[in-house]
Write a protein that binds this ligand. Structure first.
Ligand code: B16
Ligand code: MG
Length: 216
């Protein structure tokens, strides 16, 4: 059966969580809300608007803003975040990622991105790996975010691979749940946090090869 690889972006291909944190923290400070790195953990894999809702709820300001004002706050955070992304280079790829993508290419295994980030195409371009992916799911086309399996099912459709033949890579608990609900094999990329339900856990892509996964 034809295999396929489906990758989350933040925390799997590169670590943009630190930039999300800087930008969310600055916005939260302006609103008089203090968030720390532990709080940031629960924003991983969660959409921009959902992240804002969680920050406002944490600061007891959930009811304070209209929808339009919330859109403006999210836009402000994103402008700051995109400024921070300008410094990204191929050196910001996580260890082993480029070699793994090259192996997949040599084996003709299609690769897709299933990220909640609307900035994914720009980030992949800055990292110099956009051409290594045959598909990038557009989060604007989704009706539900992770842990719903929709984004992973869509990624499989775009690369024309059955979910049961696809392997998904995720660093967030909600993502692992989504991959499993899609009927795929889930590899958790973890630097320490537990990821319940993953079929396999790796710390980095240096621990696996595309060939061994193709044969599993
Ligand atoms: P944006 P992933 C997610 O990326 C991030 O983990 C999450 O923190 C962020 O809020 C979300 O993308 C949306 O990002 O504001 O750029 O659209 O882990 O799904 O690759
Ligand atoms: Mg992630």
């Amino acid at each position: 059966m034809k295999k396929g690889f489906v990758f989350d972006l933040d925390g799997v291909i590169t670590d943009t969580a630190k930039y999300h944190f800087i930008a969310w923290q600055a916005l939260a400070e302006e609103l008089g809300i203090t968030i720390d790195l532990a709080f940031n953990e629960q924003l991983k894999g969660i959409s921009r608007m959902e992240s804002l809702e969680r920050i406002l709820a944490f600061g007891h300001q959930a009811e304070k803003f209209t929808e339009q004002e919330k859109q403006a706050l999210a836009e402000k955070k994103n402008t700051h975040y995109v400024e921070l992304l300008q410094s990204l280079t191929p050196n910001d790829l996580l260890p082993g990622v480029k070699a793994f993508l090259d192996q997949a290419k040599a084996l003709n295994i299609p690769c897709a991105i299933a990220s909640a980030s609307k900035n994914a195409p720009f980030i992949l371009e800055k990292l110099g790996v956009k051409e290594d992916f045959q598909a990038i799911v557009d989060p604007n086309t989704l009706s539900k975010g992770k842990p719903d399996p929709e984004i992973f099912i869509k990624a499989c459709q775009l690369i024309q691979v059955q979910p049961s033949d696809a392997i998904g890579f995720e660093d967030a608990q909600a993502g692992i749940q989504g991959i499993k609900a899609a009927g795929m094999y889930a590899i958790g990329v973890s630097v320490g946090e537990p990821l319940d339900g993953a079929d396999q856990i790796i710390h980095s892509f240096t621990e696996i090869t595309a060939k061994e996964l193709q044969q599993r």
